[in-house]
Design a protein around this ligand. Structure first.
Ligand code: G1P
Length: 289
């Protein structure tokens, strides 16, 4: 099993980040000096993914412009001797082969993934959700690919979440296989208390076999009246082997304001241009509060 392709669903309406996302796709909001989507594409590229499909909608053309060359700007930066900026602008366009397809109708995550059927063909593929930005020594997608290859199975990235919060995610039925790896036998989207299988929830990273497409094609709407990827996974894990990897790394939910600010502060503290300055600024601020 070799995973070379990834799918990034980015066709949501961004309703948790309004009014900013009324005209700017939420995937293009900057986390320090790069759009959120770039972190996701960098993670996929670092995990050895060569071809990426972004599932978009009609309001998101800023995304494909960003990952393209921009000759006028590049010439100007070159003439001005702004070598670092020039290199950064070029690098974003050279991270991977990026393809786009429109979802056309907002019918849920499962439907967005189903739009990747032609692009994926018969290969296993990774899915990276744009709201979930990871900080990890080894890219979380690479951790999943390793497990998927070892077990010749689909693999989902999980971490434990508090019982009070799990209804925002999904809950996975797990049996231990080895340290940090479990066999998955069921999964439920946005569970009510009495439906919880475990505190392990899938957090935005998946490696799936192409078997998911036939399932998604025939899936009835689930939670919220949408075609849910999780419902598809619940069926896939009964047909084929699926493992869950309790991945190493910190996850930021940048689809809501608090998670977005957390990521902004942490990434700014690590950034060579802003780190030292922000540390002093926070210390001064803390004394005032
Ligand atoms: C989606 C998935 C859910 C997952 C969550 C976090 O939910 O449907 O299973 O746990 O992402 O990655 P959403 O955040 O779109 O409500």
């Amino acid at each position: 099993m070799k995973v070379r392709k990834a799918v990034i669903p980015a066709a949501g309406l961004g309703t948790r980040m309004l009014p900013a996302t009324k005209t700017v796709p939420k995937e293009m909001l900057p986390l320090v000096d790069k759009p959120a989507l770039q972190y996701i594409i960098e993670e996929a590229a670092a995990a050895g993914i060569e071809d990426i499909l972004v599932v978009t909608n009609r309001a998101k053309s800023a995304m494909d412009d960003y990952f393209d060359y921009y000759p006028e700007l590049e010439t100007r930066l070159n003439q001005a001797g702004k070598d670092r900026e020039l290199a950064e602008v070029r690098r974003a366009a050279d991270l991977a082969n990026i393809f786009y397809v429109r979802q056309k109708e907002t019918r849920g995550l499962g439907h967005a993934i189903w739009r990747a059927k032609r692009f994926v063909g018969d290969e296993p593929f990774a899915v990276l959700l744009g709201d979930d930005i990871m900080r990890a020594e080894k890219p979380v997608t690479a951790q999943l690919i390793e497990a998927a290859e070892r077990y010749n199975a689909s693999a989902v990235g999980v971490q434990q979440v508090a019982t009070a919060a799990i209804s925002k995610y999904c809950s996975v039925k797990v049996e231990p296989l080895e340290e940090r790896v479990f066999r998955v036998s069921d999964v439920v989207e946005k569970p009510r208390l009495e439906q919880i299988f475990s505190n392990y929830a899938i957090l935005g990273r998946y490696v799936l076999t192409s078997g998911i497409f036939d399932i998604l094609e025939n899936l009835k709407p689930g939670y919220g009246g949408e075609i849910q990827l999780t419902d598809g996974l619940g069926l896939l894990c009964k047909q084929e082997e699926m493992v869950a990897v309790d991945f190493e790394g910190k996850r930021y939910d940048t689809g809501n304001l608090k998670g977005f600010l957390e990521a902004t502060i942490d990434f700014s503290l690590e950034h060579p241009e802003t780190g030292e300055w922000l540390k002093r600024f926070i210390q001064e601020k803390a004394q005032e509060l």
